[in-house]
Write a protein that binds this ligand. Structure first.
Ligand SMILES: [Zn+2]
Length: 528
């Protein structure tokens, strides 16, 4: 598990494997792989940090295997994501050109040499001090392929970057452990049990230093999960959990990844480049493409999604949410015109600020629920049908995030603005957001026909609006219950801030002001 400290906390590098791989196709994993014979050739003089005897003690194996495990971890990390846990013999960090590093990597990937060869020819040493042991997983007996796997944590060395330059991976990136888990719970990524359990362990770690310190001493006992399948659900229990050795199991219910999850109106993955992709028109359904504005922030995720809708043979295009007043972005949108209409999901600046300028550039009318935003056209309200660009969009009023929030329903998708996001949850924005309205809007979305893709204001598209709305409702109920609990502890007059500090202790403090806004809405709702 390669780690780094980001502004929003600890991040871990994850890769999605290509479908053709025999083991765990298409799942998202940490870089890693098996020990091979080349890993047993390392000369102890090309090693600094805890010696093999220390690792042998931690892993409960002999020194030779311990050295090979560390060597394999370093080699696989280098091969799979380009991060080399090595340095100069005096203990300083690697200071080499990208070309030289790439050449060394190719030598390993092509199996022309061993890690020992690569270190020796370049005058580098393995930096065992950059890694710590973390856990040992043994695949359960029901799996046809069994692995005995040692997990390590390692810090991304300064000046190096992790990439997806291996044929085993389709995409890769840095994730906050909590975000990766949320994607998994939302069925947007597939994780194997050791990965999600490890991510859950990382969620508890504030930063890289603390994680490495924890790895120094944590007990490494072999974990052999017990697995039971009940219909679609995989039930898993781990040693140390109540009932591991006796029925009934302490269950961790989890939907198994269905082979053909509902894809809604989404294009097949090959035809649909992955989110995020800035300022390049990215097709998402047969009629909807997105132009992602480069205005990332904790509140806008990777940025604002500007949606461009057009029937396959239509000349004109409907623009939904031009985004902020960003001349470059607005000109990009205009280039994909002619624009028939500009529609706004709500008044927030990250969606609407550029509307007037885009209208100027394209001579298209701006339409929204809030009359103040309407320009050269008609307003929009519940039940309206926007017919343009060869399409018909049905307007749903979905207040809650703001009072003027709209959603637009197509045959195969629904544009949700900030009512439903591609990742994370929506804020009930003060002063005009109302939780009671929001719950009502989610119930409306939950009743939409099955298989309508979510085309959100921020974050990636999702396959099924109804399913996501039901997930949001469950999440809201859970948060309300937590706020009720907090009020029981803090007294009925607790301030939003006090509640946030209790309920959102697990959430990055950067997001506390936004959480406070949501909690204020929850308190209003509960006190009403
Ligand atoms: Zn927004």
């Amino acid at each position: 598990m390669v780690l780094r400290d980001a502004d929003t906390g600890l991040e871990v590098f994850l890769q999605r494997r290509v479908k053709a791989m025999a083991f765990a196709p298409s799942v998202t994993v940490f870089p890693g792989g098996g020990v091979d014979d080349r890993d047993r050739q390392l000369d102890p003089t090309t090693w600094i940090g805890p010696p093999p005897s220390w690792w042998a003690g931690r892993f409960g194996c002999d020194e030779e295997l311990a050295a090979a495990l560390v060597c394999a971890a370093v080699r696989e990390t280098f091969e799979e994501c380009g991060v080399l846990l090595a340095g100069d013999p005096d203990g300083s960090a690697l200071d080499v050109s990208a070309e030289r590093l790439a050449a060394a990597r190719a030598e390993l990937v092509d199996r022309r040499g061993s890690l020992a060869d690569v270190l020796t020819t370049n005058g580098w040493v393995l930096r065992a001090d950059l890694l710590r042991p973390w856990s040992n997983w043994i695949t359960p007996e029901v799996e046809p392929r069994r692995y005995d796997t040692f997990f390590f944590v390692a810090e991304l060395p300064p000046g190096q970057r992790a990439d997806d330059g291996t044929t085993e991976v389709t995409e890769a990136g840095w994730y906050r452990p909590a975000d990766a888990l949320a994607d998994w719970r939302g069925d947007r990524v597939q994780l194997l049990p050791p990965t999600w359990v490890s991510l859950e362990q990382l969620v508890e770690q504030p930063d890289v230093a603390a994680t490495l310190a924890a790895g120094e001493h944590r007990p490494i006992n072999p974990l052999i999960p017990k697995v039971r399948r009940e219909g679609d659900t995989v039930l898993l229990s781990l040693p140390g959990e109540l009932g591991y050795d006796s029925a009934p199991l302490q269950l961790r219910p989890r939907q198994s990844p269905s082979p053909n999850p509902p894809r809604g109106g989404l294009l097949p993955e090959g035809q649909r480049p992955p989110h995020p992709l800035y300022e390049k028109l990215r097709p998402v359904t047969a009629t909807a493409s997105v132009l992602l504005c480069e205005n990332p922030s904790p509140m806008t995720l990777e940025g604002t999604n500007t949606w461009l809708l057009r029937a396959p043979d239509a000349e004109q295009v409907i623009v939904i949410d031009p985004g902020p007043l960003d001349e470059h972005h607005l000109r990009q949108i205009a280039e994909h015109g002619p624009v028939a209409q500009i529609l706004l999901t709500h008044h927030h600046f990250d969606h609407s600020e550029g509307a007037a300028r885009l209208a100027e550039l394209t001579h298209a009318p701006v339409r929204a629920l809030d009359p103040k935003l309407v320009l050269g056209g008609e307003g929009l309200t519940e039940g309206d049908v926007v017919a343009a660009a060869g399409l018909e969009l049905r307007v749903l009023t979905t207040p809650g995030h703001t009072a003027d929030s709209l959603s637009f329903v197509l045959d195969d998708a629904v544009l949700t603005g900030d009512t439903v996001l591609g990742r994370g949850t929506t804020v009930i924005a003060q002063p005009d957001g109302r939780l009671s309205d929001y719950l009502g809007s989610l119930r409306r979305l939950a009743e939409l026909p099955e298989g309508l893709a979510v085309l959100p204001g921020h974050g990636p598209e999702l396959p099924d609006a109804g399913a996501v709305a039901r997930e949001y409702l469950a999440h809201r109920e859970q948060r309300l219950e937590q706020v009720r609990d907090a009020l029981r502890q803090l007294g009925p007059d607790a301030t939003p801030r006090q509640v946030v500090e209790l309920v959102y202790a697990d959430v990055d403090q950067v997001l506390w002001p936004a959480a406070e806004s949501s909690v204020r809405a929850q308190l209003d709702y509960l006190r009403a």
